[in-house]
Design a protein around this ligand. Sequence first.
Ligand code: FBP
Length: 590
Amino acid sequence: MDKLKKIIIQTEKNNSFLEQTFKKLKLFIHPTFIQNNTVQACSFTQTPQKLNSNSTAVNQYFKNTIQQNKNQVLQGNTKSTLIKGKKIAVLFSGGPAAGGHNVLVGIKLALGENNTLYGIKNGPKGFLNGELFEITSQKLTHILNLGGFDFLGSDRTKIKTPEQFNKVKKIVLQYQLDGLIIIGGDDSNTNAAILAEYLFDLKCAVIGVPKTIDGDLQVNHLLPITFGFDTATKIYAELTGNILQDTPSSHKYWHFIKVMGRSASHVALEVALQTKPPITLISEEIAQKKMSLNDIITYILKIILKRYFKGLHHGLVLVPEGLIEFIPEFQILIQELNNTLAQQEKELAQINLFSEKKELIISKINEKSAKLFSSLPQNIQEKLLLNRDSHGNLQVSQIDTEQLLIEMLKRKIQSLKNDPQKLLYALNINANQDDIEKIHKFKFATNHHFFGYEGRCGAPSTFDAAYTVNLGLTAGSLALEHHTGYLASITNLDQNSQIIAIPLSGLITLEKRSGKNEMVIQKALVDLKSPAFEFFSERRSHWAETDCFSSPGPRQYFGPTANQLPFTVALNQGYSNTQFDLGIETDISL
Ligand code: FBP
């Protein structure tokens, strides 16, 4: 075989030239974890800061954990005492997010060679099946700084039934676990809090690590962001920036891009701040203004036409994944569909033809919802009827909202062509005779995209790479010292960053889900009074009227933007610049 072929073959199995380099990249390690030039666990002390739970039901449910942790925030301090012989297990829960592998590396560094780290394959489901194996340092050298969750795998099983809890107990006893670390989002950390209480008597500490590209697990200044958000938004911003750059070049397309982020619009907002497209929809604002689908279409069309009259035949609309669930009439429709799908499960399972399924559904929902459902394109109807996930959620990532908007706009534009004067008047656009003539020539050429899965498993940005290894060190240290029911976190990401632990029980509230009160960590949605949203709302009309976009390019590992934090995080935390400071660049030797 010739030399060139050999070189290319050597890049197989996560060994591209880039990956080879990434595995050797130095990482920023927080000074709390460095003693005598070695990276090791820290110890924790209580801070005066306490989280208050207002609900007696929550206090009652978490009585053991709260009695021990007093809902007080902990702070990490450098220490030297050596802890030996502990057995800690770790699992991923939910969708992947860049940096997950570095969390494992961080935990392993905290545990050192005197304690045992077990990896749990395939998330909570694998835990229930006892899929544990020992993670050696050797195994981790191959995944340092690489994207994905594939080293362990993940799943979305919610541990909730008595049988499942019994299985958990059995596994904890079988492996004599002193700690369990759950790397997950809001729902998974709710599960971590519940398991901490459940395993209290067995003296198995349960620790959460805040993961999700959605960015919807935030606790004011205590948890500025989850890991994975930075990488995902940088990837989406790169792609969006490239498309924006194409628009005035080809000068004919309107691109509709749906970006991931299940419910909250943090991802869309961040990508908007990075790239400044003409239109970005923010679900939380649409819900607050009670905008109907027709209102949204009217809003978009007005901008499209205003740009058209200025000679701008192109543009881009950024659509948050969860939009549909925030439009009031869809909220009602989805609720009714959820109920009907649950009640008619058996009947529906026996029907093969979609038209017959649809007929049954329509006969069971109210007239208004039936009318809305019938007016939707068939592919949207089909997706709205897909199975719910294990937490009972509609699978919004499967719904082509960007295509729905295009279809509805096309219908509206058709009616505009039939009666331009009437519609321009309805849209409140002042148009002269020339403009009306132009309407007849108006062409609406579109493209649609969904940026979702491509953002979850890319190699972590420098921020996520550093953040995750330090979160892993934090979680490992908490478990070693047997602090149970805590979420690992780092505050003040721009300067004087601090290692902290947030009591999970202090984050739990009661929320009505499917008609029942459930203990949950509430999703952090985009706050319309936040500095990031206010800044966006100040700038957006300027971005709509002219081409103001910018193209941030690929995520960078060297140079001026290598240490850049998400803009939304920097704005909302009141930082004075966009750079993170997480410690000292250190060679990781495993
Ligand atoms: P997590 O909340 O588990 O991190 O998942 C985030 C997410 O990427 C959402 O943005 C998206 O709606 C969902 O996962 C898609 O899930 P799936 O992998 O099951 O298609």
